[in-house]
Unconditional design. Structure first.
Length: 178
């Protein structure tokens, strides 16, 4: 039994779901999302919830059952509340700012790094060191945050770099002199 897949997804008021030809369209107050779902999983949409079922108990079907439920749950959450990911920049001289649809980063490299913000995302910078990424697609928000973090991941000795706000960086002790 799939613990995730067996749970129904509640449909809040103001959200419309439409399932046609293996593709689910979700419209809500913040926007609309489209996602293809696995053909092996049956989708039942009622007025208040969406249920998922499978015919069989093979490991691949069990995985797809949970995946389909998680994707739809994230879509409903995205069009109602949205998703946010925050990053902290730590290091002397490290800073960020936004200019139109571009995120400009100074990370101690020989050149500034300019990243184009994808469509559907909103990026804001607070105090030159806190980057806030907002959007309705959880995968897109997480991927852009990971791309920004990858530019300068936190190093273990001084803790300099870009980290998630809730991330704990394990610090190492430096060399000791003789």
């Amino acid at each position: 039994m799939s613990r995730v897949g067996n749970q129904p997804v509640a449909i809040p008021s103001g959200v419309e779901l439409k399932f046609t030809d293996g593709t689910l369209d979700v419209k809500g107050p913040k926007g609309s999302l489209t996602q293809p779902l696995p053909s092996e999983i049956a989708v039942e949409i009622s007025d208040t919830e969406v249920k998922f079922s499978r015919d069989g108990d093979k490991p691949k079907l069990r995985a797809l059952h949970g995946l389909a439920r998680a994707l739809v749950g994230n879509m409903v959450t995205g069009v109602t509340q949205g998703f946010t990911r925050e990053l902290d920049i730590q290091g002397v001289g490290y800073r960020a700012d936004t200019n139109g649809g571009t995120l400009n980063l100074l990370l101690g490299l020989s050149h500034p790094v300019n990243m184009v913000v994808p469509d559907g995302l909103k990026v804001s910078v607070e105090n030159n060191t806190r980057i806030k990424i907002e959007g309705i697609d959880k995968q897109q928000v997480g991927q852009f945050a990971a791309d920004v973090r990858k530019l300068r991941p936190p190093e273990p000795y001084k803790g300099k770099g870009i980290r998630y706000v809730d991330e704990y960086v394990r610090r190492k002790v430096g060399k000791t002199g003789a």
